[in-house]
Design a binder for this molecule. Structure first.
Ligand code: HEC
Length: 141
């Protein structure tokens, strides 16, 4: 009988721990999903850095770099009228740009092409890369 209050406390503690564990798991699931998917709105801001050399969207033209409309799923080095560097052109045998390949390329274009890259820019921050890829995905051909 005298044991009731402590037992009750133990139960409460256990319940609280369970709730905490569930909340933590849910938070983890949400943040890791957001991480893997990228945030297109944030990516639009990241893309400001790319705009010095690239256009994207309707009527986008080639500038210093090729236009990027529909680049996710587009064959590597395939924009008509753009003169690619030989080493990126050689990578066209890898097929189309997937999100994974873009993720690698943007981190270090020179390493990706294993030679000379005409693109002298990189994004070291993983989140920036996920976000800008999510933004690029919103433009299809
Ligand atoms: C200083 C200019 C410059 C900046 C800034 C720049 N790029 Fe590039 N980009 C280029 C050039 C030049 C190429 C062509 C590379 C080659 O032929 O080796 C290129 C190529 C690419 C390609 C390959 C396209 C294809 O058709 O295969 C992608 C994708 C790309 N850039 C994405 C980006 C993104 C995203 C950003 C911003 C995070 C960015 N670039 C910033 C100049 C730039």
């Amino acid at each position: 009988m005298g044991k009731n209050p402590p037992d009750y406390d133990e139960q409460r503690k256990l319940e609280d721990m369970k709730k905490f564990a569930i909340a933590a798991a849910a938070l983890f699931a949400v943040t890791s999903l957001a991480h893997a998917e990228g945030d297109a709105a944030k990516g639009e801001k990241v893309f400001k850095k790319c705009k010095a050399c690239h256009e994207v969207g309707e009527g986008a033209k080639n500038k210093v770099g090729p236009m990027l409309t529909g680049v996710v799923g587009r064959p590597i080095a395939s924009v008509e009228g753009y003169k690619y560097g030989d080493d990126l052109a050689a990578k066209s045998s890898m097929g189309a740009w997937t999100e994974e390949l873009l993720f690698q390329y943007l981190e270090d274009p020179k390493a990706f092409v294993e030679g000379k890259s005409k693109m002298t820019f990189n994004l070291k921050k993983e989140d920036d890369r996920h976000d800008v890829i999510a933004y690029l995905k919103t433009f299809s051909n």
